[in-house]
Ligand binder design. Structure first.
Ligand SMILES: NC(=O)c1ccc[n+]([C@@H]2O[C@H](COP(=O)([O-])OP(=O)(O)OC[C@H]3O[C@@H](n4cnc5c(N)ncnc54)[C@H](O)[C@@H]3O)[C@@H](O)[C@H]2O)c1
Length: 264
């Protein structure tokens, strides 16, 4: 067991990566609070955990709403005691072109992706400070590291990276660690619409990844367990790409430089 005595709050735990992290944390001994706008998804995750003998609570919550987040944190505390581990994972991505994105859509992305991380962190910090321990794992994206479109989502993810670094340096003295994972393409339900339009999207994207495949939920969950556990006790403020080498550089470009015509 790598997370004994953990009380972990996983936002967006009703689907995809959040569900995978919730299940892994439960297997490692944590009691899990799953907060999601989609209650049915959160309950399904909780059911899977309890079926395997774990403890979990599903809460319906919009993590962009300050009052809803306060209520969510209160319910989590009432059920299992102070939250020791926070995984800020819930997100949406809407809009992919500055010329067509309306200000309201920009604000929606910023609220769900970035404001939510601030709100949830603010809600659990006092308990972590009082306990002199706490672990925060934020799920950003490679989109926050360089320009590959989805402007509002990507700008918000860049904000999540910087926010995590500030939390790490300000609250380290209280025994709190904060790190951020930047996944590359991960096979989850978030890809549903694009997959319906382009059934071979993962195969085409795989060609960009040095490791020759897109990621799986377990790839991110494994990194999250490491960052949540005592194995990373002296790791804070780290930006960890879990991206099959995507942001390490471009083999395609290096081949083009030497005139390799097969560089595509
Ligand atoms: N899948 C990928 O390729 C990929 C790549 C990089 C980063 N990420 C990041 O990983 C995280 C998880 O993504 P996923 O692929 O598992 O997506 P997903 O759509 O499968 O799951 C996201 C969950 O967040 C919930 N959610 C959305 N808005 C919410 C809100 N306002 N309040 C509460 N819950 C809300 C959804 O209901 C859903 O259950 C996100 O932060 C995403 O940006 C995903």
């Amino acid at each position: 067991m790598r997370l004994p005595a953990a009380v972990a709050l996983v936002t967006g735990g009703g689907s995809g990566i959040g569900r995978g992290i919730a299940e892994r944390f439960a297997q490692e001994g944590g009691r899990i609070v799953i907060a999601d706008r989609n209650l049915a998804g959160a309950e399904e995750t909780a059911r899977k955990i309890t079926e395997l003998g774990g403890e979990a609570l599903a809460i319906e919550s919009d993590v962009a709403d300050a009052e809803a987040v306060r209520r969510m944190a209160d319910r989590a505390r009432a059920a299992f005691g102070p939250v020791t581990h926070l995984v800020n994972n819930a997100a949406i991505s809407r809009g992919n072109d500055v010329e067509t994105i309306e200000p309201e859509l920009w604000d929606l992305n910023l609220a769900v992706v970035l404001r939510s991380v601030f709100l949830c962190t603010k809600a659990v910090l006092p308990g972590m400070i009082a306990d002199r321990r706490g672990v925060i794992v934020n799920i950003a994206s490679v989109n926050g590291l360089f320009g590959i479109g989805e402007e509002p989502y990507s700008a918000a993810k860049a904000g999540v990276i910087n926010f995590t670094q500030n939390v790490a340096v300000k609250y380290g003295r209280h025994g709190i660690r904060a790190n951020v994972i930047c996944p590359g393409t991960i096979r989850t339900p978030i890809w549903g619409d694009r997959l319906a339009e382009q059934p071979d999207v993962f195969e085409r994207l795989a060609a960009w990844y040095p490791l020759g495949r897109v990621g799986e939920i377990e790839d991110v969950a494994n990194a999250a367990v490491f960052l949540a556990s005592a194995e990373s006790a002296w790791v804070t403020g780290v930006v960890l790409p879990v991206d099959g080498g995507l942001t390490a550089g471009s083999y395609r470009m290096s081949r083009a430089l030497v005139g390799d015509s097969d560089s595509g």
